[in-house]
Design a protein around this ligand. Sequence first.
Ligand code: 8YV
Length: 319
Amino acid sequence: MTTEKPTLLELQPFPYPGAEQQLAEQFNVIQLWKASDRTAVIAANSDKITVLTTSAMTTTRAELIDALPKLQAICSFGVGYDGIDVKHAQQKGIQVSNTPDVLNDCVADQAMGLLLATARRLGHADRYVRANQWGSGSSFPVGVKVSHKKMGIVGLGRIGMAIAQRAAGFNMDIRYHNRNPRNDVPYIYAASLSDLAAWADFLVVATVGGASTRHLVDQKAIKALGPKGILINIARGSVIDENAMVQALVSGELGGAGLDVYESEPTVPDALKSLDNVVIVPHIASATAETRQAMADLVLENALAFARTGKLVTPIPQL
Ligand code: 8YV
């Protein structure tokens, strides 16, 4: 007797072809990203779709969840889940998974890369050489020393800890701001974010996105960081008041910024593009071949485990 495979709706392609093949062995896969009329495809299959694969950057809102009455599991590519209506899904008994831990190293590496690039003006220096300005009479401006400085980490979770580890290798003094202090770390806790910013040379944002942290790094914190301070963001654009940050960078009230993420991606404020004290990259902190593969593997593992056991491997805890 043959049993029909469960149906899985894929919102975006997997970054390597082997994954698609493995999914197809267990599921009847609908590749929504290939469809010209997505609404029609969803409507035609809504009574069959039990599993949905999505990503941290693809919004998965309540309307989509409600349009899939048989949905049982959502497997997301990425650690952040502010783009997914997790609470709504969980209230309906739908399990949701993300891809924690496998990207910690690369995201932390990127935070340090952005810090070094901003403080040592690497992007600016690269443009200077390419524009044949070296040797043309002008001297390249000096940067800011990174080693032995003070780093404030906003959000000392798993990624924040990986950043702290790296900063310790640069002999930095580390403090952090969280909703609650941790009793398992050697770093000093700052109850007030603006106090942390006033103390720090470098403020690194590594907290979760979403409503709970929206504009946590506000004008006051940005001003406290000051004209010599550098702000790094590898978390979510929403955590920083982007307008306030741009104004402070333009006016010189903030020393510099290294940014992987923005409030309205892929839109980057034009004012940032002409500033040499700013390094801007297109949300690539987890984007290495190794890490993206590990993330895709974990999505696959979650989906396949769900097909076999009805349980996800890395479920997001009940919100
Ligand atoms: C990815 C991310 O860029 O994990 C996250 O939360 O934002 C990133 O790792 C994203 O998942 C790719 O779609």
